[in-house]
Design a protein around this ligand. Structure first.
Ligand code: FEO
Length: 167
């Protein structure tokens, strides 16, 4: 069983993952409203990934015999100027989440909770990937400069992103 403190922290992280899903859904909606179907698809797949992260926390808390407590999800920003603004926000948000995950790892260490520390290793690796992908896409959007055509080519490419449920 998890300590009260650890269970509370994991329940909060579950909420943060739900917020992340909501944020990317908002970005997807914003892209759709601007006619960027490919970017909209990319953010909707991102939404699905975040939901899968939330479920991992949900299942882990239950697997340890603790109680899942659901909290209100904050309203995300809903208006964005451009895909560039969205990818800037995405990278900043993923860096923020990485900090949260490392905070949980530290807490598991303080509590001598090696089971939770092992569980969190998947997220530590995932965050390296998440930041890498967001940074790469931010660079690519920046490199389109003022070219609408280059931006639309990237939009077409991102229409091909498919969700793969995590192992
Ligand atoms: Fe669940 Fe993108 O971090």
């Amino acid at each position: 069983m998890l300590s009260e403190k650890m269970a509370e922290a994991l329940n909060i992280q579950l909420n943060k993952e739900m917020y992340s899903a909501y944020l990317y859904m908002a970005m997807s909606a914003s892209c759709t409203s601007k006619g960027f179907k490919g970017f909209a698809n990319w953010f909707m797949v991102q939404y699905q990934e975040e939901m899968a992260h939330a479920i991992k926390f949900y299942e882990y808390v239950h697997s340890q015999g603790n109680r899942v407590k659901l909290m209100a999800i904050d309203q995300p920003q809903i208006d964005f100027d451009s895909p560039l603004a969205m990818f800037e926000k995405t990278l900043a948000h993923e860096k923020f989440v990485t900090g949260l995950i490392h905070g949980l790892v530290d807490l598991a260490g303080e509590e001598n909770d090696s089971t939770t520390r092992d569980f969190l290793q998947w997220f530590v690796k995932e965050q390296v990937e998440e930041e890498g992908t967001a940074g790469n896409l931010l660079d690519r959007v920046k490199s389109t400069g003022d070219s609408d055509r280059a931006l639309m080519n990237l939009d077409t490419e991102l229409a091909g992103r498919v969700f793969h449920p995590p192992a």
